[in-house]
Design a protein around this ligand. Structure first.
Ligand SMILES: [Zn+2]
Length: 259
């Protein structure tokens, strides 16, 4: 991480494609949101959020050499809608849980605080996307919907799994486990069972969002899957974790291409 509180994941990307993850550090927010909250729906001071978003855009511009990158924000609703972003700003931001683009200098941004952010890039570097995969979106098929937006074939797409709540802390009820098992294609049923371990309480399980995402991505034909578990709950000094403490802010995971 650099002094701006933003880091670039260790992920080999095609020339001209850049990925970034923000942290709690380097921003203007105070109190429960300190300091780099980028969400405008979590009761943080709106002026601080605007200042933080400007900081992020400036940082991306500086690192990528793109003068004034367009930041594509969406209103996330735990659904499976993929927004195809063009070279224009859309106000208010569209309701969607994934963003796809072929445009240059346009950052596809997802905000999270425990949900799993997933970045996508075609191996030729021409298509990029990001998805917000909390349990509902993951179960409902947001990753598959994002892959379906690509012109590239799945074997020509790579994915990266960002910071999210790990199976060490993601306790869910029977209904969540049942929903995933029901949604699984027959060949994934056994593996999906294995993504849930008993929490030693009646009807409670620890769910592994990373494992489920890998199962779903592989079945969709994606073989190049990067990024390991980086638990936001364990790492809440770096990231926001809604389960650890609420209210809290949201950090950004984003991808941009400059060619
Ligand atoms: Zn944890």
């Amino acid at each position: 991480m650099n002094e701006d509180g933003i880091y670039q994941p260790a992920w080999q990307l095609p020339a001209g494609v850049h990925a970034f993850v923000t942290t709690r550090f380097g921003g203007h927010s105070q109190g429960a949101w300190q300091t780099f909250n980028l969400a405008d729906h979590v009761n943080d001071d709106p002026a601080a959020v605007i200042a933080n978003r400007i900081l992020l855009s400036e940082h991306i511009g500086k690192i990528t050499g793109s003068a004034a990158p367009i930041m594509q924000w969406v209103q996330q609703v735990h659904g499976c809608t993929v927004y195809t972003a063009k070279n224009s700003t859309f106000t208010p931001s569209p309701q969607a849980d994934a963003i796809y683009t072929t445009c240059s200098n346009l950052a596809c941004v997802i905000l999270t605080a425990d949900c799993l952010p997933v970045l996508f890039c075609s191996t030729d570097g021409q298509e990029i996307a990001v998805a917000h995969a909390g349990w509902r979106g993951l179960c409902g098929g947001v990753l598959e919907a994002t892959i379906a937006s690509f012109k590239s074939q799945p074997h020509q797409i790579m994915a990266w799994l960002g910071p999210a709540i790990g199976s060490c802390h993601f306790e869910v009820g029977d209904e969540v486990r049942a929903a995933f098992i029901q949604a699984a294609v027959p060949e994934d049923e056994a593996a999906t069972h294995e993504a849930f371990t008993s929490a030693f309480k009646p009807g409670k399980w620890f769910a592994d969002l990373y494992q489920i995402a890998r199962i779903r991505l592989k079945t969709a034909g994606i073989n190049q899957i990067n990024g390991d578990c980086n638990c936001t709950f364990c790492g809440d000094s770096n990231f926001y974790s809604h389960r650890k403490k609420s209210p809290t802010g949201r950090f950004a995971t984003l991808i941009i291409k400059t060619k």
